[in-house]
Design a protein around this ligand. Structure first.
Ligand code: ZN
Length: 297
């Protein structure tokens, strides 16, 4: 079984005519229960469900290894590795044996606290890159981060050393995902920190903030913003969209990032539009012109 595209429900290989062909399941426990049900197995193997039920009951009665209670020692050991009180049981119902849990936890060895059920499900059903998971959890040894990383598929763009570097720089999951989707590198954040009065953490957050507006300011542009006390401000994507539209009719229109920086310095769209009408094409020019206007006022 596996997690569905919507990331909330679960799917199993369906059997035609069975209720599983009508849609996904709300939890891995529900999906697992259906997979093991005589209703599903009878349809899968085209046998009478009544006869199959009799066989299954006989197997359960004869074989103690089919219940969680029969693995008491493994359960006690596994409980220490789980954050949730009923975690071992939830995993068992989702098809994860308690005997496996210490070995699964070992892939996030740097995390000292017990790990959530979601982490173990990710390792079992999410197909992560195990050596990357081990290295990246070391960058931020946190159970919640480990659960997120365990669900990152091995072929995701996040599976690089950059993810660990971003985590070391203190970015959140959402910020790391944005930095990766927009191709910013931790090296750019370090260079910005080095050349401006920023901590590496602040530099990383500022670059990601600008990336959210689909802008990639250079260090020079960031330094210009710094000189205007706008070190950590960035415009909204929608506001820059409007300016990009407006600038289309201007000869030699500035690019999107330049327009974003111009917007930050001018303070509002109308002011940037006036400057564009007057032939201003760079944030540097706008800043100089604004000083002259302010001085004259
Ligand atoms: Zn079914």
């Amino acid at each position: 079984m596996r997690r569905a595209e919507d990331r909330r429900t679960w799917t199993i290989p369906i059997v035609r005519g069975c209720k599983c062909s009508r849609g996904s399941f709300k939890s891995p426990q529900a999906a697992g229960a259906h997979l093991r049900s005589s209703e599903h197995l009878a349809r899968q193997f085209k046998v009478s469900s009544r006869r199959l039920d009799e066989v299954l009951q006989a197997v359960l009665a004869a074989s103690p290894v089919t219940t969680l209670q029969s693995h008491a020692d493994a359960v006690v050991t596994a409980e220490a590795f789980l954050h949730e009180e009923a975690g071992v049981r939830d995993l068992w119902l989702a098809g994860v044996h308690p005997g496996l849990i210490p070995r699964l936890a070992d892939h996030a060895q740097a995390v000292e606290e017990p790990l959530p059920v979601a982490y173990y499900l990710g390792l079992t059903y999410g197909n992560p890159d195990l050596s990357w998971l081990r290295a990246t959890t070391r960058a931020r040894p946190d159970p919640t981060v480990a659960s997120w990383l365990a669900w990152v598929p091995h072929d995701s763009a996040l599976v690089t050393d950059d993810t660990g570097e971003w985590l070391r720089l203190g970015l959140s999951q959402r910020e790391v995902e944005l930095a990766t989707a927009t191709n910013i590198s931790p090296g750019a954040a370090r260079e910005l920190a080095y050349r401006s009065v920023r901590t590496p953490h602040a530099a990383a957050r500022d670059l990601v903030g600008w990336a959210a507006a689909d802008c990639r300011p250079t260090v020079e542009q960031m330094l210009l913003l710094d000189r205007h006390g706008l070190a950590s401000s960035h415009p909204s994507s929608a506001a820059v969209d409007h300016l990009v539209d407006y600038a289309r009719s201007c000869r030699g229109a500035p690019d999107r990032t330049e327009l974003g920086v111009m917007l930050s310095i001018a303070g509002n769209r109308q002011a940037v539009q006036r400057f564009l009408d007057e032939g201003v094409r760079t944030a540097e020019m706008l800043a100089a012109r604004q000083v002259t206007i302010d001085g004259a006022a």
